[in-house]
Write a protein of this length. Structure first.
Ligand code: HEM
Length: 451
């Protein structure tokens, strides 16, 4: 069985300028092969010191510490500020804690069940948009998961005027932001000019203008008692239990912007890779399709009837974690593995490396969903949604969405890889394929038992 695609790592020793240039192109292939098995690595440049942690105990020490000990650095998030303002993703300290107290209840498991009908409607619409023949599945997945966000957050499909405006502006933003990606992982000194800045600012402004309209319309509906019971209404009417205060209008736009960015890019990346893995593993595909048919046949079915499908999605998030690396800053001097970590150092946690660490995982580069069925998987080395206080609040939402979409797609379509070169993973804002992911689709005969 051929292994799922993995970027070719760089040679062991290269001069700093070559490393930085490779880094700028793609942070995954810029790293040397031996990093996968390292417990920790230190990078020294004239501008910053950076420590990559690659063993579960050390990673937990950082992620589970008090948030003030390893905050997100302003420099790391600076590129996202024009779009996200003071959204929960970029804030720290008391402001961040308050935002989580307001947001988290909307994503509790019991509440999530209420979003399933909207997710199912989005999955049905997305499956109906597929056609036989060759399909570039990443673009399809981005559109589909943006639709999920609009339907679950604002009860409108992506065809709605304001939703379409956000989606179009967002695509323009993505085209203008590659330098943000570099800015996010390489803390450039302040004097380095930020290229593309004007274009990025304009695109961010357009997205926010459309979000302002969506939020304002919802405020009116809440005031008039006509608002649907969706995520936006729940978050906009929630108050912080400690202060009794909710989000103001501008703050709500910030939060909607991060739900849209964090919630659709990541899910789209995972969904596209999962479909590619199913296309290249027909046995797993048939199992998922059989679960999907049973699920769709029963309108009251719960997601718990999709255990294999969920394991396929889990395994996809291991091999292609949409957020490949997370960056924190040491608020004070620390010691890691006996080495001095000066105050202000960058601390990098890399799900990409941890998930493929050969000291922790059997067959680290292989696709094996069955590893999740028993006790075999080292769950402490699995961090697609991060961990600790800043864990992704959308993790349950994303797992439900992933399983649901895989069930809907495979129940209706048989997938094969297109006759092209295998996709090459690269890290843009999320882990994507360099030139798209092409699949060959043929309709399944719904009546026939093909397992
Ligand atoms: C497969 C899909 C997803 C993956 C892999 C994912 C992964 C992550 C990760 C790793 C983080 C931590 C980032 C860091 O600390 O630097 C994060 C944070 C976040 N995610 Fe997700 N996410 C997904 C889907 C979603 C969805 C669907 C939503 C909301 C609808 C969401 C909302 C957020 C928010 C608001 C944060 C910031 C939390 C904080 O800083 O306190 N994510 N996500």
């Amino acid at each position: 069985m051929t292994l799922p695609p993995k970027p070719v790592p760089r040679r062991r020793r290269v001069p700093l300028w070559r490393h930085l240039r490779a880094f700028r192109r793609d942070i995954l292939s810029a790293q040397p092969a031996h990093l996968y098995a390292a417990k920790m690595a230190e990078f020294r440049t004239p501008f910053f010191r950076s420590f990559l942690l690659n063993e579960p105990e050390l990673v937990a020490e950082v992620l589970k510490a008090r948030p003030g000990d390893f905050p997100k650095s302003d420099r790391v998030t600076e590129g996202l500020r024009p779009l996200l303002g003071d959204a929960v993703f970029v804030t720290n300290g008391a402001a961040w804690a308050r935002q989580r107290r307001i947001i988290d209840p909307a994503f509790e498991t019991a509440r999530l069940a209420a979003t399933l009908p909207a997710m199912r409607a989005a999955a049905e619409a997305a499956v109906a948009r597929l056609a036989p023949g060759e399909v570039e599945i990443e673009a399809w997945a981005s559109h589909a998961t943006a639709d999920v966000i609009f339907r679950t957050l604002f009860s409108v499909p992506i065809e709605h005027r304001l939703a379409a405006a956000v989606y179009d502006a967002f695509r323009a933003y993505q085209r203008s932001q590659p330098i943000l990606n570099l800015g996010a992982f390489l803390p450039l000194p302040r004097w380095v000019p930020r290229l593309h800045r004007r274009r990025t600012l304009r695109a961010a402004g357009e997205i926010r203008a459309a979000l302002v309209d969506l939020v304002a319309a919802r405020r009116d509906a809440i005031a008039g008692g006509t608002a649907p019971d969706d995520l936006a209404t729940r978050i906009m009417t929630a108050v912080d239990p400690e202060t009794g205060q909710g989000f103001g209008a501008e703050e709500m736009v910030d939060q909607v912007a991060i739900f849209f960015l964090a919630g659709h890019e990541t899910s789209a990346a995972a969904l596209a890779w999962a479909l590619y893995l199913l296309a290249t593993h027909p046995g797993a595909q048939e199992e998922v399709a059989a679960e999907g048919r049973a699920f769709l046949a029963d309108p009251g079915a719960r997601l718990s009837v999709l255990p294999r499908t969920r394991d396929v999605f889990r395994e996809t998030l291991r091999l292609y974690p949409p957020v490949p690396m997370m960056v924190r800053q040491a608020a004070r001097a620390e010691r890691f593995r006996g080495r001095r970590v000066p105050r202000g150092s960058q601390v990098v946690i890399s799900p990409w490396h941890l998930h493929r660490n050969p000291r922790l995982w059997r067959d680290p580069d292989g696709f094996d969903p069955s590893r999740w069925a028993g006790e075999g998987a080292p769950r402490e080395a699995y961090l697609p949604f991060s961990a600790g206080p800043r864990v992704c609040p959308g993790a349950g939402f994303a797992m439900a969405e992933g399983a649901l979409f895989l069930a809907h797609v495979t129940a209706a379509w048989r997938l094969l890889p297109a006759t092209r070169a295998a996709p090459v993973p690269v890290a843009h804002l999320t882990v994507r394929s360099q030139d798209g992911i092409f699949l060959e689709l043929s309709p399944r005969d719904r009546g026939a038992d093909v397992t």
